[in-house]
Design a protein around this ligand. Structure first.
Ligand SMILES: [Zn+2]
Length: 755
């Protein structure tokens, strides 16, 4: 019965023409024809023959996408379904002429087809429109995965379900659930209750980035876990959306949470807490028999909960420090003729592989499991680049590619000042889009070993679910193109469809997606009269609109709209008198999300500053920062403030012109946990012919402990061009506060001198 599918292909006539598909991931074939179908709030549909789950999902999708009611009308249906047989796995087609025929092969493909169908519908003022068209589609890769680390930060059952929901709209089919790590064990294991009683909770969590020094910790108890009932609920939920869950139980490394509960399974049995710091730790599972048996018992319960083919056992980042000194580990090496600890890790993983294979499952692990030899059944997830995957495919192992270069969604995705804290790295939307799971080193025979690809979402710096959404979307949509499309459209075409059609969908469903790919990138510089900026060229369009709203302190405001061309600088002048605020809203094209700035244009805007005291290299975002007109914001980030770790700070400002200045405004930050405190004393001097004359020395007594950012206003009423500022901090952080006894940090932004 291949004929059904072929027939619909043959029906294609000259009237169809190729267009950019509004569907993401883009289908194999999309052809438009003249004319459209129209309907108002409900759509008549004939569900007969469809499995109940599929029908329920479709009714839900119609609401999620467009608030359309599907009414069952068997007499005059606009939408009908046909079953395809003998076609490529998960094939479907959609034919829209005077009625809609959706042909599907598997239940999952019916679901994919309906998602695509929903993405074809356009809403206008009257109702809904459907362009007449033909779609034929099937996926390129069988593993289209997203991962979520629930150990570093815990996410509730509802949040995990939402993660799965969002995946399902973009035809992902594999959810890699990273359930255990050093910082928390998140799955109930009935035979070892302490894994969650003790292992699911930590007493502290690192504040800020691990490279931020001094390191400070939030001492609140943190944790959580999923009961077996909850896990079953999530597995069944995912299954109803045609998503398989691959659970990960980390071994032998990343096991500090498990060892906090059962230290007897480590090499030295030393009792330690669940870790609150991020990184790689020496204490790992011992390779002795007792540990292997313990982990196999854990896996017994995991296998009952997760019916999928693959079980992920981690296998990455396992230092061999403890094994080298452990008598039991060393004896095992002798007994089994293992020449080093890498082979011992290989022995460990092979025992797990054998165990899982006997139970009818397959083992998958991070690419380190290749070191020391790998058993034939195991599959490899290549994360340290493509090389591990290539090596594994060469050896005949199945491979999932998830290289850090393209697939780590814990990296930054934008260069803007307002990007939230991330672990590091830069993986833009375009970089993800460029991902190809099959590297060129593989030949045609090896290609089939690549199951597909996956993005990983490590959550050290992702404490809440809104931020998960921010880090994952829209990058996951770019990834879905890389994993689904036989041939990806150009990045420009993808970006256009994403902006024109899919942003609205994400907004409708309150997805907190990152707008960095549509927010214009801006370059700032100082100029003769103040500061200037230009909008960096982006592909979308050359139309750059700047809305400038100028508010003067006398309450008058004026609105201006300026059209910029690429590479054109726009200047913002210093205020001749008082302080004025220029609100800028910069857009590049109809649907782009504007970048907004409030520029406080004082007399010191863009003037040269001499740093007699050098700022800490960790918190020095350039000389312009203090006079760029943009006051440091909260939550504070290193690149908006200038940070000093000395008790005295000296700066000299060249106001470019001798004039009468009324006052100076200095803004400071306070964050006890990060050892940042308000200063104690500020001294302003005017400098004439190289000589300083103190005009005000002000002890800072006005700071309350409440606000995190405060301004100090100092009267000047002096004629000068050069100004010297000396800021004194506390000599040490007072007792009872984090970091007591140490020199505090002083964070400044902005300095505004007013005429
Ligand atoms: Zn040992």
């Amino acid at each position: 019965m291949k004929s059904n599918f072929l027939l619909s292909l043959l029906l294609l006539t000259q009237e169809y023409f190729a267009q950019i598909s509004p569907i993401l991931p883009a289908p194999v074939t999309y052809k438009e024809m003249d004319g459209s179908l129209y309907f108002t709030e409900s759509l008549d549909i004939d569900f007969s023959g469809l499995p109940v789950n599929l029908k329920d999902q479709m009714i839900e999708l119609a609401t999620v996408y467009h608030d359309i009611k599907l009414s069952i009308d068997l007499n005059k249906p606009r939408v009908r379904f046909k079953k395809l047989v003998n076609v490529i796995k998960d094939s479907y087609s959609i034919n829209i002429s005077d009625e809609v025929i959706i042909s599907y092969s598997s239940e999952a493909s019916g679901y994919y087809a309906f998602n695509s169908f929903m993405q074809l519908i356009e809403k206008d003022s009257v109702g809904f429109a459907l362009k007449k068209c033909f779609v034929k589609d099937y996926p390129k890769f069988s593993w289209r995965g997203l991962h979520l680390d629930v150990s570093r930060h815990f996410f509730t059952v509802d949040e995990v379900k939402r993660y799965i929901d969002l995946m399902s709209f973009y035809k992902f089919n594999t959810f890699h659930w990273h359930l255990t790590d050093d910082q928390g064990w998140r799955i109930e294991i009935k035979s070892f209750p302490k894994l969650t009683q003790i292992g699911a909770w930590r007493d502290s969590t690192l504040n800020n980035h691990y490279s931020t020094k001094p390191r400070t910790f939030n001492k609140e108890r943190y944790g959580g876990y999923y009961t077996q009932e909850q896990i079953k609920e999530v597995v069944s939920y995912a299954n109803s959306k045609y998503i398989t869950i691959v659970p990960e139980i980390e071994m032998p490394g990343h096991s500090r949470a498990a060892l906090a509960a059962y230290p007897e399974y480590s090499c030295n049995s030393i009792q330690q807490g669940v870790e609150g710091f991020w990184g790689v730790f020496d204490d790992i599972f011992c390779s002795k028999d007792e540990t292997i048996v313990f982990l196999q018992k854990v896996l017994d319960e995991v296998l009952v909960l997760f019916p999928g083919e693959y079980i992920h056992i981690g296998g990455d980042e396992a230092p061999k420090t403890r094994w080298k000194k452990c008598e039991k580990c060393q004896n095992l090496m002798k007994e089994n003729n293992l020449k080093d600890e890498h082979q011992l890790q290989s022995y460990f993983i092979q025992r797990m592989d054998k165990y899982l294979t006997e139970k009818g499952r397959k083992l998958i692990g991070w690419d380190e499991i290749l070191e020391g030899g790998l058993s034939t059944n195991a599959a490899v997830m290549s994360w340290r680049g493509f090389e591990g995957g290539v090596e594994a495919a060469n050896l005949g192992h199945l491979v999932v590619m998830s290289p850090g270069s393209h697939c780590y969604f814990d990296h930054y995705q934008g260069k803007g000042k307002d990007e939230p804290l991330a672990i590091g790295g830069y993986t833009s939307l375009e970089k993800v889009y460029d991902f190809n799971p099959v590297p060129s080193q593989l030949n045609k025979q090896q290609e089939p070993y690549i199951l597909g690809g996956q993005a990983n979402v490590w959550t050290e710096y992702i404490a809440d679910f809104k931020k998960v959404e921010y880090m994952v979307y829209p990058r996951a949509i770019a990834l879905s193109q890389a994993l689904w499309c036989l041939e990806k459209p150009s990045f420009k075409d993808f970006q256009k469809v994403l902006i024109d059609r899919h942003i609205r969908f994400l907004q409708k469903n309150n997805v907190n997606f990152s707008k960095s790919f549509i927010s214009p990138e801006i370059e700032w510089k100082n100029s003769k009269k103040g500061i200037k900026f230009k909008v960096l060229p982006i592909d979308l369009t050359s139309k750059i609109q700047v809305n400038l709203n100028e508010e003067n302190l006398d309450g008058k405001s004026q609105q201006k709209e300026i059209q910029l061309i690429e590479n054109q600088w726009l200047e913002i002048n210093r205020a001749k008198k008082g302080n004025s605020i220029r609100n800028l809203s910069i857009k590049t094209g109809e649907n782009s999300i504007p970048s907004n700035f409030s520029i406080h244009a004082s007399a010191s805007l863009g003037v040269p500053i001499k740093f007699i005291t050098k700022p800490s290299p960790s918190y020095n975002s350039g000389d312009l920062t203090l006079v760029d007109g943009q006051r440091g914001a909260l939550p504070w980030r290193g690149n908006e403030w200038i940070g000093f770790d000395t008790t005295e700070i000296e700066l000299e400002i060249d106001l470019s012109k001798k004039d009468n200045y009324k006052y100076i405004n200095l803004s400071f930050l306070k964050d006890d946990h990060a050892w940042i405190h308000f200063p104690q004393d500020i001294e302003i001097s005017i400098v004439e012919k190289g000589k300083r004359k103190i005009i005000e020395s002000k002890p800072v007594i006005s700071f309350s402990s409440g606000g995190q950012v405060q301004q100090v206003k100092i009267e000047l009423k002096k004629s000068t061009r050069f100004m010297h500022i000396r800021i004194k901090s506390l000599l040490e952080i007072p007792n009872g506060l984090p970091g007591s006894g140490h020199v505090p940090w002083t964070f400044i932004d902005e300095i505004e001198v007013v005429r």
